[in-house]
Design a protein around this ligand. Structure first.
Ligand SMILES: NC(=O)c1ccc[n+]([C@@H]2O[C@H](COP(=O)([O-])OP(=O)(O)OC[C@H]3O[C@@H](n4cnc5c(N)ncnc54)[C@H](OP(=O)(O)O)[C@@H]3O)[C@@H](O)[C@H]2O)c1
Length: 295
C-alpha cells in the first residue's frame, strides 16, 4: 500500500454535515447557503431538488438523511396541522444517530397555538429530549409572503383579513441568519427561544403603500371577511380543509391586535439589526414586475 504523509487525511472521516430540512424552501435554502459561506457542510433535504430526498410521509427517508449529520434545521411538513407523530419518529432516529443539536422553525406565539395544531407538541417533544440540545425560532409573519404566491397582488390588491391590525413582518434572510448562529454555536444557544421580528409593526395597508411607492403602481389592501377568505382558500384547493384552523389562528391574532411586536432578538443573535420592510421591498422590487410583453 503506498504510503503518504497525507494518508491520515485521505482516510479521515468527512466533517459532520448539518441536515437542513425544507432545504429548498424560503428559510432552509438561505440557511444552507449561509452555512456554506461559513465553511460548514450543509445537506439540504426535501422531496424534490435537494441534496437528499426526504419525505415526511416516507419514514424510510429519515435515516439516510441523518447519516453523517450532527445538527438539524427542523422544518415540519407545510400546509398541515398534524405532524407531531412523524416528527417524533424522526427525532427518535436523530437521538440514535449522532445528532447533538436541533433548531426548530416554529411560529410566533406558538404557545398560544390552537391545540389541534401540532406546533406546540413539537416544541414540547424537543423539551423532553436530553440526547441533543435544541433552539426554537418563532418568527413573525414572513415578509416574503408578499413577494411569493402566499399573498400576491391580484388586480392591484393584496387580499388578506387583518381587521387593520399590525404585524412586525420579518425577512426570511434574518430568520435564516438567526438559525445559522444557533447551528454554528449550538452550546451558546441550547434551550434558547427566539422570536425573530421585523423592526416595525405595520398594517397591510402600510405594506401595500410601501410596495406601491417602490414599484410605481397602485397597490391597496383588500381587508376581506376572514371566513370568506378561509373558505375561498380551502375551496380553491390552496390549503386542505383542516388547515382552516391554522389560518383562523394566524389572521385572528392580527385582527385581535395581538400580532407580533418588534423585539431585538435578531440583533442580539446576529449582531445586525433586523431588515426593514422598505429595504426588503427595494431588494425584491423585481418580484412584482409585470411579465415581459410578448413579442
Ligand atoms: N409564512 C409565514 O409567514 C411563517 C411564519 C412563521 C413560521 N412559518 C413556518 O415556516 C415553515 C415553512 O418554512 P419555510 O417558509 O422556510 O418553507 P417553505 O418555503 O414553505 O418550503 C417548504 C419546504 O419544505 C419542503 N417540504 C414540504 N412538504 C414536505 C414534506 N411532506 N416532506 C419533506 N419536505 C417537505 C419543501 O420542499 P418539497 O416540496 O420539495 O418537499 C420546501 O423545501 C412552516 O412550518 C410555517 O408554519 C411560516
Amino acid at each position: 500500500m503506498p504510503h503518504s504523509e497525507n494518508a491520515a487525511d485521505t482516510f479521515a472521516a468527512p466533517p459532520p454535515a448539518i441536515l437542513v430540512l425544507g432545504g429548498t424552501g424560503r428559510t432552509g435554502s438561505l440557511v444552507a447557503k449561509k452555512l456554506a459561506e461559513r465553511g460548514l457542510t450543509a445537506r439540504t433535504a426535501a422531496r424534490h431538488g435537494a441534496d437528499v430526498r426526504f419525505d415526511w410521509d416516507d419514514p424510510t427517508t429519515y435515516a439516510p438523511a441523518l447519516e453523517g449529520a450532527d445538527r438539524v434545521y427542523l422544518v415540519t411538513p407545510v400546509m398541515r396541522i398534524k405532524f407531531a407523530h412523524q416528527v417524533a419518529a424522526f427525532l427518535d432516529l436523530a437521538a440514535r444517530a449522532n445528532i447533538r443539536h436541533v433548531t426548530y422553525l416554529s411560529a410566533y406565539g406558538a404557545d398560544l397555538a390552537p391545540a389541534e395544531v401540532d406546533i406546540r407538541a413539537v416544541e414540547s417533544d424537543l423539551a423532553r429530549r436530553n440526547s441533543f440540545s435544541h433552539s426554537i425560532l418563532r418568527p413573525a409573519w414572513v415578509m416574503q409572503n408578499f413577494s411569493d404566491e402566499h399573498l400576491p397582488i391580484i388586480g392591484g390588491a393584496i387580499t388578506v383579513p387583518t381587521g387593520g391590525g399590525k404585524e412586525a413582518f420579518v425577512d426570511a434572510e434574518d430568520i435564516a441568519a438567526v438559525a445559522v448562529e444557533t447551528l454554528v454555536e449550538p452550546d451558546a444557544h441550547a434551550g434558547a427561544n427566539y422570536a425573530p421580528t421585523g423592526p416595525q409593526s405595520l398594517t397591510v395597508a402600510e405594506v401595500a403603500d410601501m410596495i406601491a411607492s417602490v414599484i410605481g403602481r397602485s397597490v391597496v389592501h383588500n381587508d376581506i371577511d376572514p371566513e370568506a377568505w378561509i373558505t375561498g382558500a380551502v375551496e380553491a384547493g390552496f390549503v386542505p380543509a383542516d388547515y382552516a384552523v391554522m389560518l383562523r389562528w394566524l389572521t385572528g391574532t392580527v385582527i385581535a391586535g395581538k400580532g407580533a411586536r418588534p423585539n431585538n432578538d435578531i440583533e442580539t443573535v446576529t449582531g445586525r439589526p433586523a431588515t426593514s420592510f422598505r429595504e426588503f421591498v427595494q431588494r425584491n422590487a423585481n418580484k412584482w414586475a409585470f411579465p415581459p410583453p410578448a413579442v
